[in-house]
Design a binder for this molecule. Sequence first.
Ligand code: PBG
Length: 328
Amino acid sequence: MTFPAMRMRRLRRTDSLRALVRETTLDPGDLIYPLFICPGEGVRRAVGSMPGVFNLSVDEAVREAEEAASLGIGGLLLFGLPESKDETGTGAWDANGIVQQALRALKASPAAKKLVLMGDVCLCEYTSHGHCGIVKEQNGSFDVENDSTLELLARTAVSQAQVGADIVAPSDMMDGRVAAIRSALDAAGFTQTPILSYASKFASAFYGPFREAADSAPQFGDRRTYQMDGANLREALREIELDLAEGADMILMKPAMPYLDVVRAARELTGVPMGAYQVSGEYSMLHAAFERGWLDRDRATLESLVSMRRAGADFIVTYFAKDAARLL
Ligand code: PBG
C-alpha cells in the first residue's frame, strides 16, 4: 500500500497517538548523574566550562544525591578531586580518600543510598602528571605503563567496594584491567560487586571540560596511547569482546553523540547491559547554544538523550540528569 491509501501522518495527529506508537522511552531511572567530590565543607564551586555543574564537598554531594533520588534518577557516578596528588595516584585507593569519604556519607543517607552508587576507577584525577596510569620515563620519552598500573586500579576498585560502591567503573583503558579488578574484588570477598567497564572509550576532544571539572588534564602528552582512535569502530567491538571475556558485567560507551554508530554496533554485538556516556563536551556544547538562544534547552536536552536510547543504550551517564528528570 502506498500513497494515497497509505498516509504516515495519520499516526502523528495527536499527542496520544504519538505516545502510543513511540518506539523509545526515556525514564529518570535510566539516568546516571556524575558528581565531582572535593575536600572541605559547604563547598559548591561552579565549573566554568560546565554551567550547572559543581565541585561539591561531601556534605553538599549528599544533599545533591538526595535531590537526585527524589527526582527518580537511577544512580551516581563519583569522581574525586583529592587534597593532594602524587606520581602514583595514591589518593585513588586511600581508605579515607575523597571518593571513599563520599561513598561512606552517601551510604549513611537513607535517601541517597537508594541510588546505584558507582565509583569511577581511574588514576588521572589523583596523579600529579594527570595520566591514567604509572608514567615511566625512558630515554627522554614517556610511557604510561600498563601492567604495573593494573594493581593500583584493582586496589582502587576494592577500596571503593569496601566503603559501599554498588558498582565499580574502570575508565583508564589499560589492557587487562577488568580481569585484574575482578580477581582482586573476588579475593577481597566482593564477588557480588559488578564491573561496569568503559569498554569503548575514545581519545576525545569532548572530554575537555571534564578535565577542568576534575582537574585531571595530562601535564604532558595526551591519552592517545591508551584511549582509542576516534576513527575505529571494529577496534571498539574488539575492546568490548575482550572486556566481556575478562568478566565485565556491563559496558559503557563514550563519548555518546559523536559515536552513536558505535553504540548501535555494540548493541548488535552483545546483550549485556550497556550505557552511553554523554560526556562533558557534549553538555558544554549544548549549553553554549542554549545560552545564545540558538537551541531550545528542554527539547534539545531530551532529544539528545533519546538518541542514545534509540541507538541501543540501556542507561545514560549525563550531566543533564536532573534537568531531564524534571522534564520527564
Ligand atoms: C577518567 C575519565 C575521563 C572522563 C571520564 N573518566 C577523562 C579522560 O579520560 O580524560 C571524561 C568524562 C567527561 O568528559 O564527561 N579517565
